[in-house]
Design a protein around this ligand. Structure first.
Ligand code: EPU
Length: 380
């Protein structure tokens, strides 16, 4: 992939191994527009751009398909003193109020696959699940456990997406970044990304965001499925666990357990699973039924969903804001819920868990707007 290094988002270099051959490549190429033709929408509706489906407005919305669009959007935002907010699929964000600044919607497209080396490069605006499927169809393995995670490829490294025993960072090589602070375009490697559980250096809020333009991953040509996560292992028990089977099983489990945002607004797990010390875990165990747990470093990781279920939140409803009936970690919009209402519910849930167990829950979802910091109000 050496020749791809300077790849502008569109058009794609047609490599021998490109999955975008013939008509498909032509179709994607035809999407190229002259530089700097982003069409800003003022006072834009953000309802279709967040998977919670809550109503919110942006001062301005710009669709970014290529470098010129980004440069033009930044100029406009600067001239009006607008703060910037980057959005991919809008699947990990809660708009608790309007955003007065400029929303940059990453819509650049393109995937390059080198079957020989196993390297894959995807533009940030590609849909994550489609990318997982494309890799599998091209005989490159590893991402199967991350199937059906909503959102875009560019958002994947920001929160180091993970599911069923696999995290993105194991495949990560580098990303191409546009730093709005100074307008510099450069590569960012694994170390600088500082990945940890559902976190990376890119998640830290900044006045001028760093825009992920593309993502390069190293996958495996030899199938090396990872079916060890208990829920996955259970379902695959009798099967040979090929990468395709892992992919299909993960999709099946997710469809069964998690609400489809197209049907019921949600942003997946609302809180991170908390890490607690062994001492805290022993105290929790002494109270009665212990939660499931994973040893993690010096401490133990326990499911936030378990803590919330113990507090009676499974299926809880407060007007149109609620908690999924099959999973207490997932807040849902039953239709017409406000972002502020969902945020209030999340605050109350965090407070309740803290009061009951002395454990602080940290949101995984990014909350935009609202006037109080999103953390439990009481300290012990
Ligand atoms: N549990 C309950 N009650 C609930 C929900 C869960 O008791 O209402 C307990 C069950 O014992 C269950 C355990 O919690 O066995 C773990 O639940 P689950 O397997 O659903 O996983 P999770 O820890 O809730 C994490 C990720 C998910 C990912 C799954 C599978 C986080 C914050 N969430 O959820 O990621 O799909 O593991 O790997 O780490 C997401 O990030 O949006 C997301 C969906």
């Amino acid at each position: 992939m050496g020749q791809c290094r300077g790849f502008d988002w569109n058009p794609l270099a047609a490599s021998r191994h490109s999955p975008l051959a013939g008509g498909e490549l032509a179709r994607r190429r035809s999407g190229k527009r002259p530089a700097g033709t982003m069409n800003p929408t003022f006072d834009a509706d953000l309802t279709p751009h967040n998977t919670f489906g809550v109503a919110a407005r942006a001062g301005c919305l710009a669709e970014i398909r290529e470098t010129g669009d980004l440069e033009q959007a930044l100029e406009l935002a600067d001239s009006r003193g607008m703060p910037l907010l980057l959005l991919g699929g809008g699947s990990n964000v809660l708009f608790a109020g309007d955003f007065p600044g400029m929303v940059l919607l990453m819509r650049n497209r393109g995937v390059e696959i080198d079957r020989e080396s196993g390297r894959v490069r995807a533009a940030a605006g590609e849909n994550w699940h489609e990318l997982v499927k494309t890799c599998l169809d091209n005989g490159l393995h590893g991402l199967e456990n991350l199937a059906l995670i909503p959102g875009s490829a560019g958002a994947a490294p920001v929160q180091n997406i993970g599911a069923y025993g696999v995290e993105l960072e194991s495949f990560f090589i580098e990303l191409e970044l546009f730093d709005c602070d100074g307008g510099i375009r450069r590569a960012m490697g694994r170390e600088e990304c500082g990945f940890s559980y559902r976190d990376s250096a890119l998640k830290q809020p900044r006045q001028r965001p760093r825009v992920v333009c593309s993502l390069t991953l190293q996958l495996q040509s030899d199938p090396a499925p990872n079916p060890r996560y208990p829920a996955l292992a259970e379902e695959l028990a009798e099967s040979a666990a090929t990468p395709r089977e892992v992919f299909e099983t993960v999709c099946r489990i997710r469809r069964r357990k998690l609400p489809d945002p197209a049907v019921l607004g949600n942003a997946g797990s609302f809180f991170k699973n908390p890490m607690i010390s062994r001492g805290e875990f022993d105290r929790l165990r002494a109270r009665g039924d212990p939660p499931p747990f994973h040893p993690a470093g010096e401490g133990v990781k326990i499911p936030a969903g378990w803590l919330l279920e113990q507090c009676g939140y499974k299926g809880f409803r407060q007007g149109a804001a609620g908690v999924f009936e099959r999973h207490a970690l997932i807040l849902v919009n039953h239709g017409g819920a406000s972002g502020g209402g969902l945020r209030q519910l999340a605050l109350a849930m965090g407070d309740r868990v803290f009061a009951e167990f002395g454990i602080r829950l940290e949101p995984e979802v990014r909350i935009i707007g609202g006037d109080e910091p999103m953390r439990p109000r009481r300290e012990s």
